[in-house]
Write a protein that binds this ligand. Structure first.
Ligand code: GCB
Length: 608
């Protein structure tokens, strides 16, 4: 297996970031720098049926499954045969395709054959949208790369290993949970294993447009700034950037490392906003490569307790979401799922979604760009993380680097969240600090946040929001469950909230469970009425907090969680959804919708 080569993005970074990225070399990951915007490149899909072998005893490595042995007699004795083995659909988790794999956590070997005919002067990469959690990849019996982290993309260079004609790719995916991983042992969501997102061959020329950042200048909204970096370039290259609708273009030359920075005067452009999510077609070309992207231009910053979008104070009318499909089990994937889930957020009157607790599929973020939903994007530094472990930090840094590399040109993303609900300690503070510095270094154009549930133990009903990590953030998220895990809904009427920090706050979680269709008194837990009552008290209480700049209750839709085992009520689902897993709205949905419609009417912005 090849081990890590520090990602090329590091060239853009400070010395600090270099040190962090080099720390990754103690475990293997993708050997190639991430290729951005694969959906607009020449690709060959490897989605579809893959043969698989479940390997609970970890026999496959010793028995060299990656050699794709057959019972043909041409090899020594073999006790497996991919071609005669059953298949799994890719993209897709294995859990809900085969009943025997539903609760399986371990290794599954995937195998697919495909025909390929190489073109001259072409480099080819195998691109995985995500493989949960640890993937090792072989092509035609040659080890290609290894990647850890279940929600971010990676690509391995396949050029030298490809054959003219038939090729065989084998991937071993292991989703066992470990204390030193990101996430750690006990996430409150279902651990969907496998090749959960698209697999493609990406064809690029020898020198190609690998990464770019094209953003509105925070200081001057009439200016677009950015950089473009070529892969494989060792001499200066001519490059042009055009935004035809704005009649903007620039011709420039990269340095010998393939990097160029630019500034464009762009007065008169229409800014991206939830009301008008304008995207411009951007064209980049070199002598050998061309790429297009649809990019929105906006600024996002804070001033005291305000969040400013394009210089105007906004309130984030949000909802939290997991990446789970609608009306079928499994992970959500692709445009249709994204349209349904984000369409529900729009129906609620949202202008904002918190994509919890890990990077969602690129199609979700691109859909948010098109629909005009601002996004909180998070890495799965969730609850019980091993904060003392430098390798765990390196894993979190890697995932943060990958999601920023994938999504840095999406106007919808306004917040990078580095964690959710981590207990305060000096080690936790140091760990998160490093992630925050890294996020700012990689992307100085967005705001940094985290969701904290840490308050000072003060007097009853007095919440002092003083988690020291807030000092490091631009915006802080607070998760609170008054009325569900803590007290009763009417406690909200007498709760006060203060903070020593002069920063905007988002209440990034609140809510309670209700089984859709289960009715009773407002005092009866698990009923729609109880959940509705929590929302009524929450909304009345939240309206009184002067530094509140957004809400994203927990959660849009009921989602599977192995923690939730109350028969007849939960049946394996966290029931805090405003919508059931099969799409029925609960009563609380309409309470939040009314609140958001009122807010939108007050600020004169569209709630739909
Ligand atoms: C939380 C977590 C979220 C859980 C939720 C719950 O605080 O951030 O992941 O699912 O509470 O339902 O308990």
């Amino acid at each position: 297996m090849q081990s890590v080569k520090p990602v090329r993005a590091a060239k853009m970074l400070s010395c600090f970031a270099w040190i962090s990225i080099l720390a990754l070399s103690s475990f293997a990951q993708s050997p190639s720098s991430l290729i951005q915007n694969v959906i607009n490149r020449k690709t060959i899909s490897l989605n579809g049926d893959w043969h698989y072998i479940a390997d609970p005893h970890e026999e496959g490595t010793a028995r060299r499954y990656y050699l794709n042995g057959k019972l043909s007699g041409t090899r020594p004795f073999v006790e497996y045969d991919f071609n005669a083995s059953p298949t799994l659909r890719v993209p897709g988790d294995w859990n809900f395709q085969r009943p025997e794999l539903q609760l399986y956590e371990g290794t599954v070997w995937y195998q697919k054959s495909f025909d390929y005919h190489a073109s001259a002067n072409t480099r080819v990469f195998l691109y995985f949208g995500a493989a949960n959690y640890h993937a090792r990849v072989w092509l035609n019996e040659k080890p290609l790369c290894e990647h850890e982290g279940g929600f971010t993309p990676f690509n391995c260079e396949a050029t030298a290993a490809l054959q003219d004609g038939q090729n065989v790719v084998i991937v071993s995916v292991n989703d066992a949970r470990h204390a030193d991983d990101i996430p750690s042992l006990r996430p409150d969501w279902f651990n969907y294993g496998g090749l959960t997102r698209d697999v493609r061959l990406v064809e690029v020329p020898r020198q190609f447009i690998e990464q770019y950042s094209i953003q509105l200048d925070r200081e001057n909204m009439g200016r677009i700034n950015g950089w473009i970096r070529l892969g494989g370039a060792s001499t200066p290259q001519k490059l042009s950037l055009r935004i035809p609708e704005l009649k903007l273009s620039t011709e420039t030359t990269t340095d010998k490392e393939g990097l160029v920075r630019f500034t464009l005067n762009a007065s008169g452009l229409q800014l991206w906003s939830p009301e008008k999510p304008k995207l411009y077609r951007v064209e980049i070309s070199t002598e050998s490569d061309q790429i297009v992207d649809d990019i929105g231009f906006r600024t996002i910053e804070t001033h005291g307790t305000d969040i400013l979008l394009n210089g105007r104070s906004i309130f984030l009318r949000g909802i939290d979401m997991h990446e789970e499909a609608v009306n079928r089990p499994g992970r959500a994937h692709g445009d249709d799922d994204a349209r349904t889930l984000l369409g529900w957020a729009k129906e609620l009157g949202c202008n904002f979604v918190r994509l919890a607790h890990y990077p969602h599929d690129e199609s979700m973020v691109r859909m948010a760009d098109r629909l005009g939903l601002m996004v909180w994007s998070e890495v799965p530094v969730y609850q019980g993380v091993d904060f003392k472990n430098p390798q765990t930090l390196a894993k979190a840094q890697q995932q943060l680097t990958e999601v920023i590399a994938r999504d840095r040109n999406r106007a919808a993303i306004i917040l990078w969240s580095v964690s959710n609900e981590t207990p305060k300690s000096p080690e936790r503070n140091a760990f998160l600090h490093q992630l925050i510095v890294m996020a700012r270094t990689l992307d100085p154009t967005r705001l940094i946040t985290t969701a904290t549930n840490q308050t000072s133990a003060g007097e009853q009903h007095k919440k002092v929001l003083d988690d020291p990590i807030i000092a490091d953030l631009d915006v802080f998220g607070v998760n609170e469950y008054i009325g569900w895990y803590e007290g009763v809904p009417s406690d909200l009427d007498i709760t006060t909230w203060t903070t020593p920090y002069n920063k905007p706050m988002i209440v990034s979680e609140f809510g309670g469970d209700a089984k859709q269709g289960f009715h009773g008194a407002t005092s009866q837990r698990w009923t729609e009425e109880y959940q509705e009552d929590i929302y009524k008290h929450q909304i009345a209480a939240l309206r009184k907090i002067p530094f509140l700049r957004g809400t994203s209750p927990w959660i849009l839709k009921d989602f599977r969680s192995p923690h939730r085992n109350l028969p007849g009520i939960q049946d394996g689902y966290n029931r805090k959804g405003l919508i059931s897993e099969s799409g029925e709205r609960k009563k609380a949905f309409y309470v939040l919708q009314k609140f958001y419609r009122e807010l939108a009417a007050q600020t004169g912005t569209a709630a739909q």
